[in-house]
Ligand binder design. Structure first.
Ligand code: NI
Length: 149
């Protein structure tokens, strides 16, 4: 039987879909093996000993073929639920240095945070759906982007 689709010759469209989520968290950047002066010089206000907060925005993009029966790549409600369960439940309104097991021992820069989130999410997606890109905004002016290795 020949499969046909609007894209022709049995080729299904590969589409990227994105869910944006938000969380607020406290952190402090620094290295324990550096002096407070060195940490202040490198990490600035983010090395403030008594913590400070950020309002993060996270864009989670997955890619896959459009399912012929649903017309979805991946139900965005399921994507939201996965991100809430594996990431937001642990980080929202928490202290990234103290409260999050999977960040333990990592300096919680936006770069380290986005890689850790990638490692949390990528094994949790169903077959045929790939994590494509994460964009993590720490402020309205600064973001990091990670697309895996
Ligand atoms: Ni900061």
């Amino acid at each position: 039987m020949t499969r046909t689709s609007e894209q022709g010759e049995g080729k299904l469209a590969r589409v990227k879909v994105t869910r944006r989520v938000h969380f607020s968290a406290a952190h402090r950047l620094g290295r324990e093996d550096w002096t407070p002066e060195e940490n202040r010089r490198v990490f600035g206000d983010c090395s403030n000993p008594n913590w400070h907060g950020h309002n993060y925005e996270l864009d989670v993009t997955v890619a896959g073929e459009v399912d012929e029966s649903t017309g979805f790549v991946y139900d965005l409600k399921d994507l939201r639920d996965t991100v809430e369960r594996l990431v937001l439940a642990d980080v929202d309104h928490r202290n990234l240095n103290l409260d999050v097991d999977w960040l333990h021992g990592r300096n919680p820069t936006t770069e380290n945070l986005v890689v850790a989130i990638w490692q949390r999410l990528t094994p949790a997606l169903p077959a045929g759906v790939q994590l494509e890109r994460l964009v993590l905004w720490e402020t309205p002016r600064n973001y990091v982007e990670y697309c895996g290795e």
